[in-house]
Design a protein around this ligand. Structure first.
Ligand code: ASP
Length: 344
């Protein structure tokens, strides 16, 4: 019998209203099982594990990712697929981070949650949970899983985890992946978009996890009128090994000499400066405009069409793995887990 492990980490799906403050607080997993008796109808063996304490995903941090990766590793041989219940707020960070930490992944890890708690009448949690379990258990006729990837499932759509970002704080279709097609859609049937799904080059490799994460990454979001002093503060923060600059359009920055000088100085000091666009869709292309070309000439690294979440977590992973910034810089330009499409 196909075996699926559900891991409840927290998030709205399992929250309830605190009677004093009326705010939503993480509840316990038994509640979810009670609210979804349909789980018993599956012709699957389903086990559940709950983080203690369950957290609001705003509290996600590297120690949480390590705990989750270790849990998947420790249970990897016993299950055919994993469903991770997670708050939506930082779900895209966790999906991206896990995609890098889980090396040689050959089984589905489907991350889902909901916008309304599972105990609420109009909840989206029940459908998200049931379809995620079905996807995690789905196998091709040759017995291999359909989606041996870290994915986000939400509102009938299955996305590659590291291509996804939270788009709506309100709608049931809370996630989007504008730069990569859906991996599956749930209607009457679950329709897998097989050409878009990433498969291992060869099967049968043991899972390994990379748990050393280095978070010495600063973020500089560009905006018209930003004061020099502010840029100074970000770029001169002690100990940073990388800076992600969130640029305009296809990777452009103001052409003012003071800004370019500061960025050049950072690159010359060995800091990896990574260019991510502020646009939700499309790619950095530093050859398109003179303002982007200048960044390229300084030695800024393109994140192509990566999401912000993916670029940041890829840096955490690579900086943890390699002490040498030059190696990290080279690897940032390599497509490791299908996280970007590089225009040649
Ligand atoms: N604050 C919640 C969380 O991310 C929101 C959600 O689950 O949708 O944990």
């Amino acid at each position: 019998m196909t075996k699926v492990l559900i891991v409840y980490t927290g998030g709205t799906i399992g929250m309830k209203q605190d009677s004093a403050s009326m705010a939503l607080v993480p509840f316990d997993f038994a509640q979810i099982l009670k609210e979804v008796p349909e789980l018993r109808k599956f012709d699957l063996s389903i086990d559940a594990y709950s983080f203690d304490p369950a957290i609001d995903s705003s509290d996600v941090k590297p120690a949480f990712w390590v705990e989750l990766a270790e849990l998947i590793r420790d249970n990897y041989s016993r299950y055919d697929g994993f469903v991770v219940l997670h708050g939506t707020d930082t779900m895209a960070f966790t999906a991206s981070m896990l995609s890098f930490m889980l090396e040689n992944l050959e089984k589905p890890v489907i991350i889902t949650g909901s916008q309304l708690p599972i105990g609420v009448l109009r909840t989206d949690g029940r459908e998200n949970l049931i379809s995620s379990i079905e996807i995690a258990a789905s196998q091709r006729p040759d017995g291999k899983p359909y989606v041996p990837e870290v994915c986000v499932f939400f509102d009938n759509e299955l996305y590659r985890g590291n291509r996804t970002f939270k788009y709506s704080a309100e709608y049931f279709n809370a996630f989007k992946s504008p730069n990569y097609p859906l991996l599956a859609e749930a209607g009457i049937h679950i329709n897998f978009n097989e050409p878009a799904i990433r498969h291992p080059a060869s099967w049968g490799h043991p899972l390994s996890i990379s748990t050393k994460l280095d978070t010495r990454v600063g973020i500089l979001k560009l905006y018209p009128g930003m004061p020099q002093q502010y840029v100074d503060t970000v770029l001169s923060t002690k100990g940073m090994r990388a800076i992600v600059i969130e640029t305009f359009g296809c990777g452009n920055a103001p052409g003012e000499a003071w800004l370019l000088d500061k960025l050049r100085k950072a690159v010359d000091e060995g800091i990896i400066v990574v260019n991510v666009t502020q646009c939700a869709a499309g790619s950095v292309d530093m050859d398109a405009y003179a303002t982007g070309m200048t960044l390229k000439n300084i030695g800024v690294t393109s994140a192509y069409d990566s999401t912000f979440e993916s670029a940041v977590t890829k840096l955490y992973y690579l900086l943890g793995k390699y002490d040498d910034n030059g190696t990290v810089k080279d690897k940032m330009s390599e497509n490791i887990r299908g996280e970007f499409s590089k225009k040649q």
